[in-house]
Ligand binder design. Structure first.
Ligand SMILES: Cc1cc2nc3c(=O)[nH]c(=O)nc-3n(C[C@H](O)[C@H](O)[C@H](O)COP(=O)(O)O)c2cc1C
Length: 223
């Protein structure tokens, strides 16, 4: 694991599996930074199983990522950096993820997430279906918690076909109206870059602060 281990949590909610697929590439990118201990977890579902069972397509889609463990609040607060993923639901992030984030009041009071990097990724049905609004709306509570936003600036994002993938605000997977679209090469590339940037900044903040006391200003209370 190297001399400088640090924890990255890739946390997502997914209804039909597309966000779960994007999460894999965020994790893959994060693992490229030495010392990264990367775990992928999903937030608990609150739709009753009997309601899901009535829709065979949703039921079988959910089974494709049911093996991914459920996250606890402790998983989140003990991570050094977190990627948050969600499907676009009416131009914003899924209520299941909001419900999870809303359990962070004790962590908020103790400042446990202050100074920790956060990145966001989304899956939507259509291009211009609210991806960027969702990425930005998801960053709002994370800023309240004191997290440091990580995006993907254009020079890194690249030109050509990659230019249409992702956003400066995070990674995007457009799955199509019927969920028929696979992840494009650009989607995967951008997701990996985002995961790598998240991990690099998490390592820098965790260990750079030991060398530069000014860095502690990111993580401690101002008197
Ligand atoms: C309640 C609900 C609302 C949705 N709203 C939008 C939307 O505003 N824009 C969009 O492009 N897709 C929308 N979709 C489609 C999903 O964002 C899309 O299928 C996404 O890829 C699903 O990701 P998942 O498989 O991880 O759940 C919506 C789907 C649901 C179930």
């Amino acid at each position: 694991m190297g001399e400088h281990p640090f924890k990255i949590l890739v946390l997502f909610y997914s209804f039909t599996g597309h966000t779960a697929k994007l999460a894999e590439y965020i994790a893959e990118g994060a693992r490229e930074i030495s010392g990264a201990e990367v775990v992928v977890k999903q937030v608990p579902e609150f739709i009753p199983q009997e309601a899901i069972d009535k829709h065979s397509e949703v039921k079988s889609a959910k089974e494709t990522f049911a093996h991914i463990p459920q996250a606890t609040i402790e998983d989140l607060t003990s991570a050094d950096g977190v990627a948050f993923g969600t499907p676009v639901h009416f131009g914003s992030f899924a209520s299941q993820l909001k419900q999870f984030i809303d359990q962070l009041s004790p962590a908020f009071v103790e400042g446990r997430l202050v100074g920790k990097p956060a990145a966001c990724f989304v899956s939507a049905g259509s291009i211009h279906g609210g991806e960027e609004a969702t990425l930005l709306s998801l960053m709002i509570p994370l800023l309240h918690l004191g997290m440091v936003p990580i995006g993907i600036p254009y020079p890194i994002q690249g030109a050509g076909p990659d230019f249409d993938a992702g956003s400066p605000y995070g990674a995007i997977f457009v799955s199509g109206h019927k969920g028929e679209r696979p992840l494009s090469e650009g989607d995967r590339k951008i997701a990996k870059i985002l995961g790598k940037r998240l991990a690099a900044m998490s390592k820098l903040i965790k260990y750079g602060c030991m060398n530069f006391p000014e860095c502690q200003l990111l993580t401690t209370r101002y008197e």
